[in-house]
Structure formats: structure tokens, C-alpha cells
Design a binder for this molecule. Sequence first.
Ligand SMILES: [Zn+2]
Ligand SMILES: [Zn+2]
Length: 217
Amino acid sequence: MIAAGRSASPASTLLRLTRDRPRPPAGERCEMCAEPIGESHPHVVNLDSRALMCGCRACYLLFTDENAELRYRAVPERYLYFAGLTVDGRAWDELQIPVGLAFLFRNSVQDRMVAFYPGPAGATESELPLDAWASVVESSPELAVLRPDVEALLIRRTAEGEGSCHLVPIDACYELVGQLRRLWRGFDGGTEARGAMDGFFARVADRSRPAAGIGAP
Ligand SMILES: [Zn+2]
Ligand SMILES: [Zn+2]
């Protein structure tokens, strides 16, 4: 028998490749052109896989045209606050969100609104019909500024039973979800997860400007 076949098995080839070329830590290089990037860098969404890709500024700018027929979309960096928008108890009850916070975004591939909330397993999609949300969105023309796939509405239930509503970049949602998954304890997340949520909301509040006066695209 000739031994060449054995040494070239896919597993050994893969092992050699991973050994010779260690994958750079996430965020070190642009995932499109391999240019080195800093710790703070923009992201691009792959519309098919929903994955986030780390990018350099030049690659990011290729995907900022939201009307282009592309598989990739640049994640905007704006944060907005909808002062006039309150989320009433009925809408909350319909969502049945256990942790008092949810992200909603429009999935343009599936042409529908999607709601998800963080938990011990990462992001869980709400399986419930979003009828109450459809009426919230219809009665709130200012929500039309939300860009599909790359921006989310972040809603948080307050102690009074109502809620606040911000528009945030989708990569900020992913970051919070990842952080909470690591910290989550018990049913409601525990003290550390609560602390992380409070810190996140403080940063969101800090960066947000009022949505009033921003025209629809
Ligand atoms: Zn690049
Ligand atoms: Zn990144």
C-alpha cells in the first residue's frame, strides 16, 4: 500500500492548516480584505447567514447604500431615542418577554418583524405573533426611520409597567446578548447580568439623540 493517501487525509490537512496559520483574534483584521483593524471598528451584516463581519472603514463604506441589491449591509452607528413612544402593558403582555427587554428588527429577506430577547442560551426569538407591535409601528410614523437588518428597536420595560424605546445598531444588540450569555445565572439573569444590562442602558442613553426631526429614508 502507498502511504501518501493517509498523510493527506482531510483531518490532518486541516490540523496542519490551523497549526501553521492560527486564526487572528476576532477584530484584529478586516474579514473582507484582511487589513489590520483596531479594537473599535465597524461591522457589516451578511443578509443570508445573519452573521456580523468585522470590517475596515474602506470595506464598510462599500456597503452603506441601503438600496443596493447586495448580500451585505453596513451597520449604521447612530443611536436614537423615541421620546413620545411608550410601550403599553398590552403590547408587553403580548410579547411575553421574561427579562423585561427585547430587540425588534425587520428581516428584509423574510419580510417580517422579528423580536428576540437575551437569555442563558444567547438570543431567543419570540415565537408570538407581533400584532400589538404592528399597531405600535403603524401608529408611530417616526419608527419608519428604522433600517431593515442593521438597526433594532430596543425596548425596555420600566418598573411602572411601561417601556422606553431606542433605536440601536444591531451589533450593539449582539454584543449585549453575548455578554449576558456569559453572565447569566438562574431565571432572571442574576445580579451580574442585571448590572450588565444597567451599564448597557446607561451607554445607550448617553449616546442617543432624539429621533424627532429625523426624516424617513
Ligand atoms: Zn477591509
Ligand atoms: Zn468586530
